[in-house]
Design a protein. Sequence first.
Length: 382
Amino acid sequence: MMSMRILILCEGDAETHNSWSGTSRSVVDHLRASGHTVYTGDVDLKGLTRWLTIAASYSPDRFRWWARYHLNGLPFALRSRRAERIIRSHADDVDVILQFGATFEPRSRAGLPYVLYCDGNARLAERGETGGQAEVGALTQSELARVIRRETEVYTGASKIFTFSNRLTDSFVEDFGVPKEKVRTVHAGPNIDPHHIVLREGEPSREPRTILFVGRKFHRKGGDLLLRALPAVQKEFPGTTLLIIGPTDPPAPQEGVEFLGFLSKEDPQHQARLSQAYQEADIFCLPTRFEPFGVVFLEAMLHALPCVGPNAWAVPEIVVHGETGLLVEPENVDDLAAAIKSLLKDPELARRMGVAGRQRTLDHFLWDKVVAKMLEDLSQVV
């Protein structure tokens, strides 16, 4: 395969774990490891422009305020202007643009092709919106219609669209009329080095039992559901601990709940503590309300943890019910508690699911496999 010069554009610094939860960095690293030259451009708004746009997007509802800032026309236009400047500065240096998401448009390309990598779209988010966690749910119908028109233009101009899930691939075809041959599911991978994983030691029946939750947005990720399910679990399995990682604000104190806050993968000490948490855990549980994909499930599976998650979004494409974990009815606390108890009751079953989950991740969801699929199509586009 020929060596390509690729410009990656996204909101945030693609070279860090702070952009797209580390997904962009994983793509950058693996493209470079494959022998390609990669430039990166951050289209996120900065300085005075950012603050003026935030002010122009104001709503007394903080979530609606954020949704307007992220999705409305003015920030879209300003991000597109930043993308235009970056593209012009690399006009003679690159063969193709790889853009993350559709919250801006790659203008002034002078014939330079662009490819998208998407974890969701407005139509899919609108259809799955039930718990008030998707940004599109905070928009008016007219605002949403304009978002869909802008996204449609971005999708139409792309030479190829890579998606995180089959569910999203179907949405592009059915909801946006994108030709089927133009969309390809490549999935995503865990944003940790699989070669540096340390697996838990000891017998699967060791005490006390630990449930692990990892997610920055506590309510969106269903953390409150897990807190409500915990007493029923502790009644049958006294001493069970829930370890919470991700949110910056701790939930109300509750027996058996340990809160570690946000752990940055950019910080070696934080990364070591996160690795330790995966080793300490018996079960990974994320009853998320809104999850376009769910990379954190892959990271848990790579640590050989059985997973409990909702039978919704793209989670069933990752967690195979009865094989690598258990899927539960969304928003159903009783179902959630029952799934956790069934795994704690049968440590050997939990161990087998964890082993199967690790193997599934190694077989299907590592970044070298994801990027290899991308490169097949990128070379054809170029």
